[in-house]
Ligand binder design. Structure first.
Ligand SMILES: *Cc1c(COP(=O)(O)O)cnc(C)c1O
Length: 357
């Protein structure tokens, strides 16, 4: 029996994988260390009773978009919601990318930006960050002038490096892109950790969208809910592309319930920042190099052990971090998500056991 032929560009690719290993301490996917507050689950139980399961959900997710718009002082028509910010990004690429079009990334950055672009048939041009992983505006200029990308991705705080771009970066890049008809996508999945946001720059005549997610600081990775803020005309174009009723009724209710706990969610950010400082300091007494971060994760590598070996030795002690050791420019690096104090202590204890003889 012959197999139908997969698209040639898909057949050549390895999917995107983040191993889900059964361990006690999971610090590998930048989730929040604790579930949403108990009141959230109670509120969701009540909302569940109201769902008309035999009906399609509210297609434009009006209530959820209205609440999100209030949070950012925007209009509901400037908000687009989808199943995780990955689906938000995919919808952007289905709308603005495609065959014959180009997307630009600045590496190392979030792998899904190029992955999703390629899946939609978009050509990806990779610019490079500086050796210290900061964004090089001259490199952005070179990429814009050489390729005039249809979509240009920025990510601040950047994953996996944790670098926060200086506040004027988005305006500078918008100026560089003026006249190219390109769209600037700023991924603020960890935006709650940064002092500034690109959201206030959004306007009907500004080619800018900002994507955000409930997955990280909102303690809602299990819900798969993300959104973007963008000009109204642009959201209307995305609505043409996304599948009808893509956001189910349960998820809309979950998002609404979560928004009632905004203050509790924001408090978590402060706690995580304090833990991040404590953990980086503790690693300072071990034979490892660490990178400062403006997010809920940071990079580190051992002075005298390969990243692969260290990753495995941690798994053997039931601690899972992200193995970036073989990613371009991240030689031997591991990325750790800030966990609860107990989880972070377990990581430090495991590292001490492995690295200090
Ligand atoms: C985790 C992450 C996302 C994806 O989040 P989902 O909303 O869970 O799809 C998007 N961008 C960056 C930079 C991330 O780290």
């Amino acid at each position: 029996m012959s197999r139908p032929t997969v698209r040639a560009d898909i057949a050549l690719r390895k999917g995107y994988h983040s191993p889900q290993v059964d361990v006690d301490v999971r610090l590998n996917t930048n989730e929040a260390p604790t579930p949403p507050p108990p009141g959230f689950t109670e509120a969701l139980h009540e909302a569940l009773e109201q769902i008309e399961w035999h009906r399609y959900p509210d297609r434009p997710a009006t209530a959820l978009r209205t609440r999100l718009a209030e949070r950012y002082h925007r209009t509901p028509a400037e908000v687009f919601v989808a199943n995780g910010s990955n689906e938000v990004l995919q919808t952007i690429m289905l709308t603005f990318g495609g065959a014959g079009r180009t997307a630009a990334t600045f590496e190392p950055t979030y792998a899904l930006h190029s992955h999703i672009s390629k899946t939609t048939g978009t050509t990806v041009v990779e610019g490079q960050r500086r050796d210290d992983f900061t964004l090089d505006i001259d490199e952005v200029k070179r990429v814009v002038e050489t390729h005039a990308p249809d979509v240009l991705f920025l990510c601040s705080p950047n994953n996996p490096t944790g670098i926060v771009d200086p506040p004027d970066t988005v305006e500078t890049v918008l100026e560089l892109m003026a006249g190219t008809n390109g769209l600037l996508v700023v991924d603020e999945a960890y935006g709650q950790f940064a002092d500034s946001s690109a959201v206030p720059l959004i306007g009907e005549d500004v080619p800018l969208v900002v994507s955000r997610t409930f997955s990280k600081t909102w303690s809602m990775a299990g819900a798969r809910l993300g959104y973007l803020l963008a000009p109204e005309w642009l959201v209307a174009e995305l609505e043409k592309v996304v599948l009808p009723y893509h956001l189910d009724a349960f998820k809309q209710a979950a998002g609404l319930a979560a928004l009632d706990f905004g203050d509790a969610m924001d408090e978590r950010v402060d706690r995580i920042i304090a833990e991040r400082g404590r953990l980086i300091e503790q690693l300072g007494s071990l034979p490892v190099e660490t990178w400062d971060s403006g997010a809920n994760y940071f990079l580190f590598r051992a002075n005298d052990m390969s990243g692969d070996d260290l990753w495995q030795a941690l798994v053997d002690r039931s601690v899972l971090v992200r193995n970036c050791a073989s990613w371009p420019r991240l030689d031997n690096c591991l990325r750790v998500t800030i966990g609860t104090p107990e989880e972070n202590d377990a990581l430090v204890a495991a590292l001490r056991e492995i690295l200090v003889h």
